[in-house]
Every structure is written in structure tokens, then in C-alpha cells.
Design a protein around this ligand. Structure first.
Ligand code: SF4
Length: 289
């Protein structure tokens, strides 16, 4: 099986322990307004443009005019000569393919770089969006004694089946309120809550992350509701991390032909520290990666 890869590279400690080879997989079932990788959302990949470098000559169908791309024309274009026949950096597809064998070979060849208990992480997009291939490659990495981690939005109904093949399970939990979760991400949080409970109850190494976004979840009322939920379960094997809203991927929305809709997402200085204290006060382990 092949996997669609958005990007890959080494990263230290932010995507699991130690130095890790991180594969960001294409495709996501959510559509968060603050997404830092909007090019990852489409299952087949997104055409991304850089207006300054875009040349009309690379499109024989007239989709490129005056530095812009008519994506309606592109949606009916199957041979995509702009990508395959021209070496023009003004337009590219957001993803490429790798087979399981290629990933396994690359991971084994990189194993000397997995210092400080590192290994391979699958992130996104949403890695479970390519569930069958993800399960296979996780299994094979484990068979080869390579440390594995995934960073997931927690929505997949069969997430639990992956637990035996994941050494570290990193889950996003964006909002405890289902209506607000649906409004801002496009999907319900019900399966996430089921999976958080399963993970806390039965996975040995869990990290639950919540990005604090002003006007969405960065409110003491919701933090208290998160804490009441977590306190129902065993939390000895679970760590928590609160992240601050950022706009790192903002310019990519335009490159993908999308409109960035977030306004005033930044939280006030020090708020995350106050919320971290609230977690600690409830006996939960807070980390910063
Ligand atoms: S995908 Fe097809 S229609 Fe769109 S710019 Fe490329 S060649 Fe033109």
C-alpha cells in the first residue's frame, strides 16, 4: 500500500520523544479555521501557487491568468501538465506518494539518528485518514523494533486497534463542548471523548494536547469542564499539554485558494500558565514540548 505524504523530515522532541522522522500524511476529516496546514485537508492533495513565480505558459488550458489560478478549470484536468511536464515552482501539488517498503527502508536507514529514544511519528493532516496503510506501516515498524508515535485528532472509530502498534499516542482534544466543536472543526467530539477514555484507560503512554484559541476554548468555564471529564479516568499514563494559538500557516490558505477566516485567536499573555496551574491542581501532569 502507498501513503500520500504531505511532508517529511526530522524533528526533535515535539512529535514524541527524542529525534524523530516525522511523516505528515495528506488528508483530514476536520476543517479547523486556524489550521496551520490547510493544504493537508484535501484527500487528493491541494494545488498550491506562488503568485510571483506562476507562469501562464505552464497551463495549456488557460487556468493561469494574471498571477491567479482558476481552480474550476483545474478540477476537470486529469493530466496536469503544469505539474508533470514543466519544472516551474510557481505551482505544485501538496503531497507525494511513498510505499510502505520505502518508508520502512528509510526508517531503518535513519535508525542511527533516532537518539534520545526517538523513532518514527505519523502526523497530519490526520494520519488515520489513511487508516489501512497507516496500520500496516505501524505494524511493520514495530516488528523492526522502531519506536512509533502518531499525532491524531482522535476521531477514528477504530483508533483503539492501533494501540498495540503505537508506543506514544498523541491526541488533540480541541473542545469539550460538542456544539462549539462541530461549529469550528466541522465534526462532532463524541468519538474523540470515547477515544480519550479508551486511551487513558488502556494505552501506556498518552499525551493529550489542547490548543488554546481565543473566542473558542480559552475560557475557564471550558477548562473546568475538560478537567471534570479527565478526572473520571485513570491518568497515571497520561500527560497534558496546552498550546497557544498561532498563525504560522496563514499564508498557505491563500496559496491553496482558500480564505483564512480566523480573527483574534491569540490568547492574552500568561493565560496558558493559569490554565496549566488548574490542571496541576487537579493532579494532572502538564508538560511543554
Ligand atoms: S492542473 Fe491542469 S488546468 Fe490546472 S493549472 Fe495545471 S495544467 Fe492547468
Amino acid at each position: 500500500m502507498k501513503l500520500k505524504i504531505l511532508k517529511k523530515g526530522f524533528n526533535y522532541s515535539q512529535d514524541g520523544p527524542g529525534n524523530r522522522l516525522v511523516y505528515h500524511l495528506q488528508g483530514c476529516n476536520m476543517s479547523c479555521r486556524w489550521c496551520a496546514n490547510p493544504e493537508s485537508i484535501s484527500s487528493g492533495g491541494s494545488l498550491m501557487i506562488e503568485k510571483e513565480k506562476l507562469l501562464e505558459a505552464v497551463c495549456p488550458y488557460g487556468a493561469i491568468r494574471e498571477g491567479g489560478l482558476n481552480r474550476h478549470i483545474c478540477s476537470d484536468c486529469h493530466n496536469q501538465p503544469c505539474l508533470h511536464e514543466y519544472k516551474n515552482q510557481g505551482i505544485h501539488l501538496s503531497c507525494f506518494e511513498m510505499s510502505e517498503d520505502e518508508i520502512l527502508d528509510e526508517a531503518e536507514a535513519s535508525s542511527t539518528l533516532f537518539f534520545d529514544h526517538g523513532g518514527v511519528t505519523f502526523s497530519g493532516g490526520e494520519p488515520t485518514f489513511q487508516y489501512p496503510a497507516l496500520k500496516q506501516i505501524l505494524k511493520r515498524l514495530k516488528e523492526n523494533n522502531i519506536h512509533t508515535a502518531i499525532e491524531t485528532n482522535g476521531t477514528h472509530k477504530r483508533l483503539e486497534e492501533l494501540f498495540p502498534y503505537i508506543d506514544m499516542l498523541i491526541m488533540d482534544f480541541k473542545h469539550i463542548n460538542n456544539e462549539l466543536h462541530k461549529e469550528h472543526t466541522g465534526v462532532s467530539n463524541e468519538q474523540i471523548m470515547v477515544n480519550v477514555e479508551k486511551a487513558m484507560s488502556s494505552h501506556p503512554n498518552v499525551l493529550i494536547r489542547t490548543a488554546l484559541v481565543n473566542g473558542f476554548n480559552a475560557d475557564r468555564k471550558y477548562i473546568n469542564e475538560f478537567l471534570s471529564f479527565y478526572k473520571q479516568f485513570n491518568h497515571e499514563n497520561t500527560q497534558f499539554e496546552l498550546l497557544k494559538f498561532h498563525e504560522y500557516g496563514k499564508e498557505k490558505w491563500e496559496q491553496c485558494g482558500l480564505t483564512y477566516q480566523m480573527e483574534s485567536g491569540y490568547i492574552r499573555e500568561g493565560l496558558e500558565k493559569e490554565f496549566e496551574e488548574a490542571y496541576r491542581a487537579k493532579g494532572l501532569t502538564i508538560i511543554r514540548t
